[in-house]
Design a protein around this ligand. Structure first.
Ligand code: FDA
Length: 308
């Protein structure tokens, strides 16, 4: 109930104005977002690299209904990718892209515009010597995102996909994508979805996560285990060992600001660990989804507002 209210607020322009206008919000936002400036993202990337971790950078933004804004987002990614190359960070840092930030939700030719824009970002990533992963948004975009993925992979076979275990369809998507060289980031899913397409019960989402992990670990692709859930992390380790996968044959992924000590522990144990680092001005939707994931975050946020 609280989760769906928070996720509805994540899409509300009224609540957005209230939250963004409050200066006391900032310290809580900074727990999950590296900063508003690309310089902040590069600084965080360098620090994580020094700690033996890998990074994926998300230039915040989504649901763009303006072609110019989509083009600006592409430029921001191109600039970030050339900075990563110039700073010698491209061996450890890639980028994650929400297709709705590069035009997928535009009313006319949205899918084609998003494909063309994503292609420009992939070209910049190839020039920098790194990779791109396409984030997955709500279920109405899944088919379109997977179609764009297929098109991009013709020229850029290293483009990564994200699949969400809360969707009923995802086991089949895992089977389809568990092919040679295919990078697949498996997460539980962060949007408010109807029972017609998604499991509503957390235990069912977890069971689906394990079934999907089995398919990916036993397949020919490269699984990216995106979760902070200690049970899922330990099941992933068992499944990887049973499938004969070593540390370089799959990776763990977590979000910046969530369980940072566990991130250090996993990396220090010799595993590959990638941190998803979001940066930029458009932090509202991303931030609200992080609050929705954990009631304690919301309490912490509200307390910070009243205790100032
Ligand atoms: P779960 O929610 O069960 O949490 C397990 C434990 O992790 C909690 O008990 C708590 O300790 C900790 N935790 C989890 N969330 C927390 C939070 N917000 N604050 C503090 N502690 C928290 N989703 C999506 O729909 N599309 C996408 O493209 C992506 N991309 C993505 C990339 C990466 C690298 C990650 C790690 C996650 C995503 N997600 C996502 C988000 C994902 O779907 C999911 O909402 C969160 O990861 C939370 O789910 P967990 O698997 O961590 O489990």
């Amino acid at each position: 109930m609280l989760r769906s209210t928070m996720l509805a607020a994540a899409r509300s322009q009224g609540v957005r104005r209230l939250v963004e206008a409050n200066p006391l919000t900032r310290p809580v936002v900074e727990r999950f977002v590296a900063g508003t400036d690309p310089v902040d993202a590069v600084r965080v990337t360098r620090t994580l690299r020094e700690q033996g971790m890998h990074v994926t950078l998300d230039h915040l933004g989504e649901d763009t209904l303006d072609a110019q804004q989509a083009a600006d987002t592409v430029r921001a990614y191109q600039e970030m990718l050339s900075v990563l190359a110039a700073e010698g960070l491209a061996d450890r840092a890639e980028v994650s892209v929400k297709l709705s930030a590069v035009g997928q939700s535009l009313p006319t030719d949205g899918e084609k515009i998003a494909l063309d824009n994503a292609r420009l970002i992939c070209e910049a990533a190839a020039a920098a010597g790194t990779t791109v992963t396409l984030d997955m948004e709500d279920h109405t975009t899944t088919d379109s995102t997977l179609a764009i993925l297929r098109d991009l992979r013709v020229d850029f076979p290293w483009v990564g996909a994200v699949l969400q275990s809360y969707l009923h369809r995802t086991e089949q998507d895992c089977r389809d994508l568990a092919t040679e060289g295919s990078r697949v980031r498996l997460c539980k899913g962060a949007y408010s979805e109807p029972a017609s397409v998604a499991y509503q019960d957390r235990a069912e989402v977890d069971r689906s996560y394990v079934r999907c992990l089995k398919i990916l670990m036993n397949g020919a692709g490269y699984p990216m285990v995106a979760t902070h859930d200690p049970r899922m992390v330990s099941i992933a380790a068992d499944l990887a060992a049973r499938a004969g996968r070593g540390a370089g044959d799959f990776e763990y992924q977590m979000l910046y600001g969530i369980r940072p000590e566990e991130q250090k522990r996993i990396a220090a144990a010799g595993n590959k660990l990638r941190v998803y680092v979001a940066y930029g001005d458009e932090w509202y939707g991303y931030f609200m989804r992080r609050l929705a994931e954990r009631p304690a975050n919301l309490v912490f946020f509200l307390r910070s507002l009243v205790s100032q």
